[in-house]
Design a protein around this ligand. Sequence first.
Ligand SMILES: NC(=O)C1=CN([C@@H]2O[C@H](COP(=O)(O)OP(=O)(O)OC[C@H]3O[C@@H](n4cnc5c(N)ncnc54)[C@H](O)[C@@H]3O)[C@@H](O)[C@H]2O)C=CC1
Ligand SMILES: N[C@@H](CC=O)C(=O)O
Length: 818
Amino acid sequence: MTQTNTLEQLDFAQNNLEKHSVNIHKFGGSSLATPECLERVVSIICRHCQLNDIIVVSANGKTTDLLLSLQQLALSGEPLDTSLALLSEQQTALIYALLNAENAGRLAGEFEQDLNRLVAWLAEDPAVFESDILALGEIWSARLLSALLNERICASYYLDARDFLVIDNPRDCRVDNPVSKANLQNCRRGQKLAVITGFICKDHAGNSCTLGRNGSDYSATIFASLLSAKNVTLWTDVDGIYSADPRVVPSARKLHRLPNAVARELGRLGNPVLHKKTLQPLTGSIGGAASHLHVASSFDVQAAATEIGEFGQIARQELSVTHLNDLLLVTCEALQGDVLADIVAEFSPVYSDQKSGQLVILASQQKALTDALAVLGAQLTVTPVSLIAAVGYQVALRLDIYGRFKRALKNDRVLRFFNSEEQHSIIALLPQETTPELLNKVHHEIVKDARHIGLVVAGLGNIGQRFLELLPGQLSRIPALENVHLVGLVSSKKALIQPDGLEVNSALADFSAQATDYTNGELLDWLKHHPYDEMILVDITPSEAFSRLYGEFFDLGIHVIGANKWAASAGTDIYHELKNKAGKSGSLWLGNTTVGAGLPVNYALDDLLGSGDQITEISGVFSGTLSWLFEHYDAQKPFSVLLKEALAQGITEPDPREDLSGRDVQRKLLILARAAGFELSLEDINCQNLVPESLQELGTEAFLQQAAGLDAYFLQQYQQANEKNACIRYIARFSSQQGKVKAGVSLELLAVEHAFANLTPCDNIFQIKSHWYQDNPLIIRGPGAGRDVTAGGLHSDLVTACRQLVNKQHQVTLKGIN
Ligand SMILES: NC(=O)C1=CN([C@@H]2O[C@H](COP(=O)(O)OP(=O)(O)OC[C@H]3O[C@@H](n4cnc5c(N)ncnc54)[C@H](O)[C@@H]3O)[C@@H](O)[C@H]2O)C=CC1
Ligand SMILES: N[C@@H](CC=O)C(=O)O
């Protein structure tokens, strides 16, 4: 091969790059029904596909139904004109609405020729030509989309799957894998986007065949298997697989990830989106390729899709409820031994039992089964039945679920309970139809607690580590945290993200061993596609830069629990923008620990305000560090030595000058004033800085080395206060009288018996006056800094958030329904 060869000239079969990166995108009929739908599909392809991906299409809208009805009319000798006119009108309308004049003319000409062929087949023998007739829908759809892509995005070609896809046996649509694979490789063209017809194939004699109902989904997974595709996306009119049919069960929740085996069982037991055959090529006999299947909405591209593949423990906890009406319980003495084995192989019944000679089949299979058994001269009795099933990974081994399932059905007649062979379902066979009421009842009982919440912790220092130490105990004993999974740890430079969940007991050690460098962009990208019902990010960093990501977190619907005070005390515009974003996307933003660590001061203000009270004053000692220092300082030990002890105890900010400068208290006062309903910014709060100018500009290390530079000032303050039988305390004061707001934080001289002067070291005290608490103020007092109380406060916020999220109803988006 010379260096001048282009990619187009290379042998496709030898191009490993192409083989490894191919993805399949399949668009169903409803996604291709109108010009608007096709425009949407073009934009999806533009944003989500690569040149060597494969696009698979169904027929536009209801074209297959129309072709089928034409065939039926022809079979019964009825006139065809009206249906032919409708078909022609629909197709030409699509062509002329979407393509430029030249291409539209060309496609309309080709359509005209097809129409003539169709009329000839209908006249000659509509039964013999059934598959050729039905194949036209996919041909027109693929030809149109390919022409549209050529005009709008990139070079594209369309392929008739009958040119390469060969099946051994039209009855079970088993693919001749080696032949089809070799054919497909010969048909593909480099550097062009292929649009391939779904649903159709040929047999070894070259006759047209179809792949049966929902055959296009099956086509997509067959192509994935033939090309070892990485992903198959079924773009459809629903945005995923739900825990029950959401049109019947409004509280159904989306299943973000489903193990293959569970998806297969759902397909077998009547899930309206997944079909048994669809999954077969990905997991079963044909290729066994490790492709992942995604079910996504072409009408709501932003909505997270359901992904089906091999996952860890968390995806295995997903539960769902499915049902099938229109079933028949068949009893027949001949259903024994080899006869039963043959029938099972041919009909794949939902249930079979050799002892009782019973089978459960689809009502649509009745004629074929009766014919098969008639050959043996066997008598059979047939009773209409339905089934309802709880489906989940190894669910039949979970006694609690079994108990709940039976409890939900205790007032209903059940013929029998049984499990699937692989234990992924518990099934009840009912002698009556499964009603919507029953489905809702069983779903409520089975799926009630299963909203999965992902947890990412940013900031693994003093407080972050304590938070993580407490986490395993909290997860195991607090019911609201039952479905919370730690999935990410983030420090300033490294991150460890594990979508299947980190081991909580060894999370910090695993972080040290496995974390890798990350950028904020990568973190946001992962959060954009996380596979959880809800995601909570706990910000335990002191970083202003990290707090600037909140807006993007809220845009993504992510909930934030912050000990970091930067965002809550940001400039007025930024603060309001964040509040608006959080409100718009339904994100929770909790930050009780930003003031008073675990003390419920933010909650108290929020409650008073929400109950109709009006706050007039807030004052007190808001710094645990300054409280600790001034309660301990008696001029015996240098102030700087005490400061280092406070730092070691984890009560100061990472840089203790944040405390000594009053900035930390200033921020806290702002946060509380905002919580009390006032519009303020940091500049409105006077702040006395206790750090001498000479120490203000140093790095943290240098400051700590020169901290003795603080001692003279504090000794002098102490002595002056002592002379007056008073003491020094750093006090925050906010008041609003007749619309006039005053706010400041400063060192004050207080009488030794003053309520703010007699605190346990590290205590905060918050004195709140309001219309309801005028003469005798509301006081909240207790430790206001430190590892345990702050980590405890963060856990309190986590439980509060999870209680709200577990009960949150999710709106199901279904085209045409809402
Ligand atoms: N110490 C206390 O009693 C209380 C502290 N807080 C707040 O808790 C937060 C953490 O405090 P400490 O644990 O004492 O600090 P720390 O300095 O011990 O730990 C902070 C951690 O955050 C990480 N970090 C820094 N920038 C980051 C970034 N951009 N992205 C991700 N991680 C980053 C650092 O690597 C470090 O591991 C601070 O915002 C503090 O104001 C709130 C209430 C009480
Ligand atoms: N450094 C702070 C910690 C809590 O916010 C304090 O001392 O209060």
